[in-house]
Design a protein around this ligand. Structure first.
Ligand code: IFM
Length: 446
């Protein structure tokens, strides 16, 4: 048995998102989001599920914060529902919605837990989607207004902000493959969405600096740790292409490098140019304070000349989790090594990492050993990356609670706390106890 410790002051948290846990989809003046609409379209979400009630966190947040405190959490990442606070995305502000986030922030602070809000975790006001959503440049401008409103309202108490959660998923799954809301499949619209998402991030960062609030702000993306499937030089080239289309597409512009040429060429060759206007790239590169890293797995890359992108993914070789992801404990440390070296050792928070595992209660106990095993490995890898020089300051497990897993409905359970969707009872799983001990000892036993 070995004990791997984390640096003093390392911060341990858990993450959730508004649509996945809040419920109260039609209460207190909240406007419609694209997810309210998407869930009602037949065949879009497994089991016809929706976030109408979800974990009912909107009504139970005080109990949930008390549970976080019992677990010893030091930080809590949640998202703000844009249509809850600005029902039509622009214009009229919903005071009851703002008051909810006021109360949540106060409750967290009273429990000694750092609030870490994400401004956008996929629930765009439907009124903005009706005008084109992220394909429309105006959405980026409205996002900056919304961000300024939130900075103004809770910026006196919040010291860590995330602009967007996973713009790669918002754009690719929302507008290219159409598996997530708004369910569009169009490459030209995807290119516009990518650019306007990043632009909105940059404009929000500028609004944050203009507001003169203390604290740090950054963007969180979804990442995969790519590995070459074999030792051939053409595989090494394919690996770099995969990184261009994934990590670099969303990180290079943030770090002032513009879009990767390979990606721009691909989109242009398909008649889907990025709608870049003067000053956009400067706005997108507005200096941030940290990089948020979400990571769940690795993928192995192969060259594939028959595909216009020039690469493909090899078949998995590791056991799969309930999400069908390879159980690759080394992936987190590997990715952090890569991204840290690639962008000059930025400050990093791991803003999501976790495991889908459907271990269920037996006599009131949820013994989710597969999750614990994988979390242990992820954390050991992360400690290694820190040891090798990455500036990682904190980690948020995904997720605090089992919740609405988007197109999978309630069929996937990522929580360290079991949610009984019938009674809304919460049962901390064995992984919650494991995580509490990680926090208490600031390290992990291997
Ligand atoms: O549930 C999602 C979350 O909303 C975004 N990142 C990945 C999680 C697990 O799939």
């Amino acid at each position: 048995m070995a004990f791997v410790s984390f640096p003093d002051g390392f911060e341990w948290g858990a993450a959730t998102a508004a649509y996945q846990i809040e419920g109260a989809a039609y209460e207190d003046g909240k406007g419609l989001s694209i997810w309210d609409v998407f869930c009602r379209q037949p065949g879009r979400v497994q089991g016809g599920d929706s976030g109408d009630v979800a974990c009912d966190h909107y009504h139970r947040f005080r109990d949930d914060v008390a549970l976080m405190a019992e677990l010893g959490l030091q930080a809590y990442r949640f998202s703000i529902s844009w249509p809850r606070v600005i029902p039509f995305g622009a214009g009229e502000v919903n005071e009851s919605g703002l008051a909810f986030y006021d109360r949540l922030v106060d409750e967290l602070l009273a429990a000694g837990i750092r609030p870490t809000p994400t401004l956008y975790h996929w629930d765009l006001p439907q009124a903005l989607q009706d005008r084109g959503g992220w394909a429309d440049r105006d959405t980026a401008l409205r996002f900056a207004d919304y961000a300024a409103l939130i900075f103004d309202r809770i910026g006196d108490r919040v010291t860590r902000w995330i602009t967007h959660n996973e713009p790669i998923v918002t754009s690719m799954a929302g507008y290219r493959t159409g598996v997530l809301a708004p369910g569009i499949r169009d490459l030209a619209i995807t290119a516009r969405a990518v650019h306007h998402l990043l632009l909105s991030h940059g404009l929000a960062v500028r609004a944050f600096r203009a507001a003169g609030r203390a604290g740090e702000i950054g963007l969180t993306n979804a990442n995969t740790s790519y590995e070459p499937a074999d030792e051939r030089p053409e595989t090494a080239a394919a690996l770099e292409l995969a990184r261009d289309f994934d990590t670099r597409l969303f990180h290079d512009p943030i770090y002032g490098r513009g879009y990767p040429t390979s990606v721009l060429r691909y989109y242009e060759s398909k008649g889907a140019p990025f709608p870049i206007e003067a000053d956009d790239l400067d706005a997108i590169a507005a200096p941030t304070d940290f990089l948020g890293v979400n990571l769940y797995t690795r993928r192995r890359v192969l060259p594939d000349a028959s595909r216009s992108v020039g690469f493909d993914m090899a078949e998995p070789t590791l056991p799969l989790t309930d999400m069908g992801y390879e159980a690759a404990p080394h992936a987190l440390g590997d990715f952090v090594d890569f991204v840290s070296a690639e962008y000059g050792q930025p400050t990093i928070y791991v803003t999501e990492n976790g495991v889908a595992d459907d271990s269920a209660p037996v006599a009131g106990r949820v013994d989710d050993q597969p999750r614990i095993r994988l979390l242990r490995g992820f954390l050991a890898g992360l400690a290694g990356a820190i040891e090798r020089g990455a500036d990682v300051r904190g980690y948020y497990v995904w997720s605090l609670l089992d919740n609405f897993e988007w197109a999978y409905g309630y069929s996937k359970r990522f929580g360290i706390v079991w949610t009984d969707y019938q009674t809304q009872a919460r049962i901390p799983k064995e992984s919650a106890r494991f995580y509490s001990e990680v926090i208490r000892s600031n390290g992990v036993v291997l």
